[in-house]
Design a protein around this ligand. Structure first.
Ligand SMILES: Nc1ncnc2c1ncn2[C@@H]1O[C@H](COP(=O)(O)OP(=O)(O)O)[C@@H](O)[C@H]1O
Ligand SMILES: [Mg+2]
Length: 361
């Protein structure tokens, strides 16, 4: 199309949001005194996978329901592919619903219909001829690895297979956006990984934009590019997944992350003393270029005494090193702890003295 060509050649200001699949501005939804959504602003660009994470009751499902038109906001603006959907009539919402596919925690398949009929259903509703919709269903079943289950009924499938059918069905009408509301919450960890790998694969192959809602940080870490943390109907933190993992700014983010990051082992944490001991126990958080393995060799050679590595390591999130270590520094040289802190903070690490230990054997 012409508009795409001109957007690529000239940076016309009106084209600035051309790759925005979702744009939310100050979206509000109240239920009586409860502000389920209390002013949500968020943009999702084409091809992105954005995770929205929050505790139960934070407003995640309400947000998703506003995006597919099942719920109407009391205020704010919602645009899908540049078109406002707030205030549309039911009839005018129909074309939009075809641009937005959705997968659910409990799959929502029709038990009395075969797998291929379930996948083809959105096309049947859209008035697509039978031969064409079955062909499309078979292509999609191929894509999700279930070509041999076309004639099966949902009851004969495992949870992971049911969700694959759900994904195929969600893609039937070639949506611009896939919404996922806790789509892996009912699955075991291994099946969860395979479903997330499938979603990532579809994202890469089709350039599909995905907005997923979850209460599990592992889901976000595995596939999202960006994450927004939602609490009491507000986005309290937003950023690249690796940077939120490396340096969560809010208590709610830290608490959601706590199961996904190294923690000081319980038996050591339990015996820490607040003010005195033979060793200071420090936590070290750093990410990006400084978080490489040579850090410890450099630190060792900068110090007159040796320190002990207690726990932790480096992981890679979105190809970025994200490190958290716990070290024990002897306190017989009173300047040592300060030297360690100086060395590390000069490298943008966050250093915290957790307490003192007397017995490390
Ligand atoms: N239809 C409704 N009627 C009344 N309260 C609702 C309704 N839907 C959601 N809520 C309330 O809005 C808040 C957010 O709910 P929800 O969006 O389902 O959160 P989440 O999906 O994050 O668990 C909760 O306090 C919930 O009780
Ligand atoms: Mg929910």
């Amino acid at each position: 199309m012409n508009s795409h060509v001109s957007a690529a050649l000239i940076e016309a200001p009106e084209q600035a949001g051309a790759d925005e699949v979702v744009r939310l501005v100050d979206v509000r939804r109240h239920f009586g005194a409860t502000a389920a959504l209390d002013g949500i602003s968020l943009t999702v660009r084409k091809g992105e996978i954005v995770g929205i994470i929050g505790r139960s009751g934070a407003g995640k499902s309400t947000l998703i329901r506003c995006l597919n038109g099942l719920e109407r906001p009391d205020g704010g603006e919602i645009k899908i592919e540049g078109s406002s959907i707030v205030g549309l009539s039911e009839a005018d919402l129909q074309p939009l619903r075809r641009r937005v596919g959705m997968i659910f925690q409990h799959f929502n398949l029709l038990a009395a219909k075969t797998v291929e009929e379930n996948v083809a259903l959105p096309l049947k509703i859209a008035g697509v001829a039978k031969a064409e919709r079955l062909e499309r269903a078979h292509d999609l079943l191929d894509l999700v690895g279930l070509a041999d289950k076309a004639k099966a009924y949902p009851a004969s499938l495992s949870g992971g297979q049911k969700q694959r059918v759900g994904i195929a069905r969600a893609l039937a009408a070639r949506p611009a956006l896939l919404l996922s509301d806790e789509a892996t919450s009912a699955l075991d960890p291994e099946t969860t990984r395979s479903i997330l790998a499938l979603l990532k694969d579809i994202n890469r192959k089709l350039g599909l934009t995905i907005l997923l809602i979850t209460h599990e940080m592992e889901v976000v870490r595995t596939i999202a590019d960006r994450v927004a943390v939602i609490d009491a109907g507000r986005i309290v933190e937003e950023g690249q997944v690796w940077s939120v993992f490396a340096d969560p700014k809010t208590p709610i983010s830290r608490s959601l992350l706590s199961g996904s990051r190294p923690q000081l082992p319980e038996h050591i944490a339990a015996r820490l003393l607040p003010t005195a001991g033979s060793e200071a126990i420090l936590s070290i958080d750093l990410a990006g270029p400084e978080a490489h393995g040579a850090l410890f060799a450099d630190l060792s050679s900068a110090l007159p005494h040796s320190f002990r590595l207690v726990h932790g390591g480096i992981e890679h999130i979105q190809n970025q090193p994200v490190a958290r270590f716990f070290i024990a520094v002897p306190v017989r040289d009173p300047t040592l702890k300060d030297k360690v802190e100086q060395f590390l903070t000069a490298r943008s690490a966050r250093v915290e003295v957790l307490g003192y230990d007397t017995d490390h054997v």
